[in-house]
Design a protein around this ligand. Structure first.
Ligand SMILES: [Cu+2]
Length: 143
């Protein structure tokens, strides 16, 4: 049992190293002129929690994760950190949130204080498009 778990872990690491280092993930082209933006809250807004964030998209369509196709993708909200690598699958954690169901808004529980929010659109494999579609990074002040 332990031996087979070790083997699985080793295989997983090898796979990750391969996909991230040896070959960048294949990227889906973005549509010319497409744009991703945060509809609300506004940059610099003072808000009370929970915070509803509305996702704007122009020139492309939202599709659930796993649905391949040019001209589509799903939203990711990058919270309090810089954009991740743009040639790899976006990580999943509290700072990198996926909306793979095709959602166009979310409600976040954020601790009081300043927070940064930035949208990053990505394809069915969670890999940002080429060229990437990211919104302006905004700051909100949670009361
Ligand atoms: Cu994703």
């Amino acid at each position: 049992m332990l031996a087979s778990l070790g083997l699985l872990a080793a295989h997983h690491e090898t796979h990750d190293a391969h996909s991230h280092a040896a070959h960048a993930a294949p990227r889906t082209p973005s549509a010319a002129g497409a744009q991703v933006y945060i509809i609300s809250p506004a940059d610099g807004a003072e808000v009370s929690g929970p915070v509803t964030v509305r996702f704007g998209l122009r020139g492309m369509g939202v599709a659930p994760a796993g649905y391949p196709g040019e001209g589509t993708g799903h939203h990711h909200l990058i919270v309090d950190v810089d954009l991740p690598a743009l040639d790899a699958s976006i990580p999943t954690d509290d700072n990198h949130r996926h909306y793979g169901g095709g959602q166009t808004e979310t409600t976040l529980e954020l601790a009081p204080g300043p927070h940064t929010l930035q949208l990053l659109f990505a394809d069915h494999n969670h890999v940002p498009h080429d060229p990437p579609l990211a919104s302006q990074r905004i700051t909100v002040h949670v009361k």
